[in-house]
Design a binder for this molecule. Structure first.
Ligand SMILES: [Zn+2]
Length: 282
């Protein structure tokens, strides 16, 4: 297995051949930064943890160079920070018993460029070497440019595959913008399970991110609990913790579908719902 950046990191926590590990992937997450899997795609990890019939592969596309740093990391150079973040991600993969962890080490600027050859080559190689049941990406209404860039490059790579080889189900996960505002019939609930201890541990591994006072660990659990409780005003909670996703499958089945139109349709539906309610009650 070979990727375009020399510093790309390939890690099979249980040992063994990476290509074999990639081929058996059932749950694939392709995401921007170290810690995005654990904060935003935890249900995918939980679905595979401790299972012998499911295999979670995580792909972190960027190199972590631009991450904020405080406390003991305040004086770290970008290169030192990259090394810290690669090791943190490996530690999460060990603790979470991931099948395979890939870190492609692309600069953030490259993933924001449509059709970037190195990014696309790596993503095409990954998507064509496995047949996951479900793929987790960022979602198009996220407010972080790098997240949206990684999602767009991933869709470009998937759309380049013959239709029969494309994943059957693709979900966009909430991150820098929750999906609580989507109309209920558009929300895909992802059960977060009951292993909160592991969920917290996996985020706390990223000391370089949590240490400056950004309590992603507490905030992530809080968002999941909040999603569950505030989902329906009259029903009792079906889940104690849930993460919302947007179903992106139509975008990979039909490559002529505009991603921008698809995203704006979600906003238009919210707008219509708001207008209807206010018209009805005033
Ligand atoms: Zn991120």
């Amino acid at each position: 297995m070979h990727f375009s950046r020399p510093e790309a990191d390939i890690f099979v926590p249980a040992g063994g051949d990476a290509a074999t590990a990639l081929a058996r992937t059932t749950h694939l997450c392709v995401i921007a930064h170290q810690d995005d899997i654990e904060i935003n795609a935890w249900p995918a990890v939980a679905a595979c943890y401790g299972r012998t019939d499911r295999f979670f592969t995580g792909v972190v596309v960027t190199n972590g160079a631009g991450s904020p740093r405080t406390g003991p990391y305040a004086n770290y150079t970008d290169d030192q920070m990259k090394l810290v973040r690669v090791e943190e991600q490996r530690e999460a993969a060990r603790i979470g018993k991931y099948n395979l962890q890939l870190q492609l080490a692309h600069p953030s600027a490259d993933v924001k460029r449509p059709g970037h050859p190195g990014v696309l080559a790596d993503l095409k190689a990954i998507f064509s070497a496995c047949r996951p049941e479900i793929v987790y990406l960022h979602q198009p209404l996220d407010k972080h440019d790098t997240h949206v860039g990684v999602m767009l490059r991933s869709l470009e790579a998937i759309r380049a595959l013959p239709k029969a080889q494309r994943p059957k189900r693709v979900l966009g996960v909430e991150a820098w913008r929750g999906l609580d505002w989507l109309l209920d019939d558009e929300k895909v609930p992802m059960d977060c399970g009951d292993n909160t201890e592991l969920a917290l541990r996996l985020i706390q591994v990223f000391k370089s991110q949590v240490v400056g006072g950004k309590r992603y660990d507490i905030a992530s659990i809080g968002r999941r609990q909040s999603n569950a409780t505030f989902h329906a005003s009259h029903a009792t909670d079906t889940f104690t913790q849930v993460a919302w996703a947007l179903d992106l499958t139509p975008l990979v089945q039909d490559e002529t579908l505009s991603i921008k139109d698809f995203a704006l349709d979600r906003v238009d539906r919210l707008r219509a719902d708001t207008a209807n309610r206010l018209s009805k009650l005033t």
